[in-house]
Design a protein around this ligand. Structure first.
Ligand code: FMN
Length: 393
């Protein structure tokens, strides 16, 4: 159990701090909170206090509160200070060492690690001033979780700026409080995302993979101390911290990048690799009176099978099987056919591509583990945990 000082700022995502408090309390943590003046416009100290059952402070100059629990003592007694949501404004004030309200005074006074979960409009996040402040804070040792890509509260706005999901914030907090370094000294290669198979210089065939699952696995492996090479097809999500990205387009590029990344201890092949490529035209195909062109498809290399049988095969090779029926039987057959060690099989008939959650089965040579429906971050953490257990045997 830890004492987590939660600073809530004045952003539209402030309501999600309530869900975070609930989850932290479920884990047995103590969660005193500070609301900025602006935060009180979005959530009330009453609802925060009702969920946290701990002190909620808003005013630096509240004499009664200050006598009861001084802001310096509050800051010093925390095991970690979490700012969620962190506004552009508080990051600017932190980056310049301001202490003009209770939140920034506590952030300046604490000796505990600080975790920021930024949330703002994508234009605010992309602004050079914000980027400068974030870089300054990271250089000062502040940790970040998110922001994530997605739809904004403002209608029609999308981009990077959404508050990280409570589960991801929780995982980041737990990682700071008790870092798991079981993959220290290991090299993990993860593939992620779709592949793009060119038809001509401007057109391509792709699939609906978002890369969320592969990226979450890469992030979890990096958190566990591994050196991670993430070979990713074109995606719109950010590269997880501490991961080396090799950006590729086609399946053939992906195989070459994976082979170049070897040797590795572990390979997790989570990318949705196209089975075929097109005999691409050198020039843009023109619309003609004789009708649409015929596309000639050729087989792509099988990355999972190639790596599983390569001379520099990693000790543990994990594949993915997206199935729409007979999930386990098909995945078992795939395990044998490809020569990999494990398959994570998911039923994609219910729509998994681009979703935040996943229901998977871990299939090994001798057993099947049915995992509950989990966030893709939790699937990543659970897989990395199983990998660490297996390598320790
Ligand atoms: C409706 C509304 C939504 C806002 N949402 C955000 C947001 O998501 N992120 C952000 O950085 N600022 C947002 N702001 C601006 C902040 O509230 C403003 O910068 C404020 O000074 C932040 O104060 P604080 O950092 O002390 O909490 C929003 C303002 C309004 C009126």
């Amino acid at each position: 159990m830890a004492r987590i000082l939660l600073v809530i700022c004045g952003g539209i995502a402030a309501y999600k701090a309530l869900e975070l408090i609930r989850r932290l309390r479920e884990k047995g943590h103590e969660v005193p909170a500070i609301l900025t003046e602006a935060a009180t416009r979005f959530v009330t100290p009453l609802s925060v206090g009702a969920l946290s059952n701990a002190p909620v402070l808003t005013d630096l100059f509240d004499l009664d509160r200050e006598r009861e629990i001084g802001h310096i003592r509050l800051a010093r007694a925390a095991d970690i200070v979490v700012v969620a949501p962190a506004t552009a404004d508080i990051m600017a004030r932190m980056a310049t060492g301001r202490a003009d309200d209770l939140a920034t005074a506590a952030l300046l006074a604490t000796g505990a690690p600080i975790l920021l979960a930024p949330a703002m409009n994508p234009h605010m996040w992309a602004h050079p001033a914000t980027a400068r402040n974030v870089a300054r804070l990271v250089a000062d040792g502040v940790r970040l979780v998110g922001p994530e890509a997605g739809e904004m509260a403002e209608r029609g706005e999308a981009g990077i700026g959404r508050l990280a999901e409570p589960a991801a914030i929780l995982a980041a907090i737990e990682d700071i409080l008790a870092p798991d370094r079981r993959l220290e000294g290991r090299h993990v290669v993860v593939t992620s995302g779709p592949t793009h198979e060119a038809i001509d210089p401007v057109r391509y065939i792709a699939n609906r993979s978002s890369g969320k699952q592969g990226h979450a696995i890469a992030a979890a492996a990096a958190r566990a101390g591994a050196r991670v090479t993430l070979v990713s097809g074109p995606v719109t999500i950010p590269t997880p911290p501490g991961v080396t990205l090799r950006a590729v387009e086609s399946a053939r590029d992906m195989l070459a990048a994976v082979e170049a990344a070897l040797p590795a201890d572990i390979a997790v092949m989570a990318a949705a690799v196209a089975d075929w490529h097109v005999e691409a035209a050198a020039q843009k195909l023109k619309k003609t009176a004789s009708g649409p062109p015929a596309l000639t498809l050729s087989e792509n290399p099988d990355i999972l099978a190639t790596i599983s049988r390569s001379a520099s095969r990693p000790r543990l090779v994990v594949g993915f099987a997206a199935e729409t029926e007979n999930v386990i039987a098909h995945a078992r057959a795939k395990l044998a056919r490809k020569g990999c060690d494990w398959i994570l099989a998911n039923d994609v008939s219910a729509g998994v591509f681009g979703e935040a959650e996943n229901t998977v089965h871990l299939i090994t040579a001798d057993r099947v583990e049915d995992w509950p429906r989990l966030s893709k971050e939790d699937v990543g953490a659970r897989l990395v945990n199983r990998i660490a257990e297996t390598l320790a045997d």
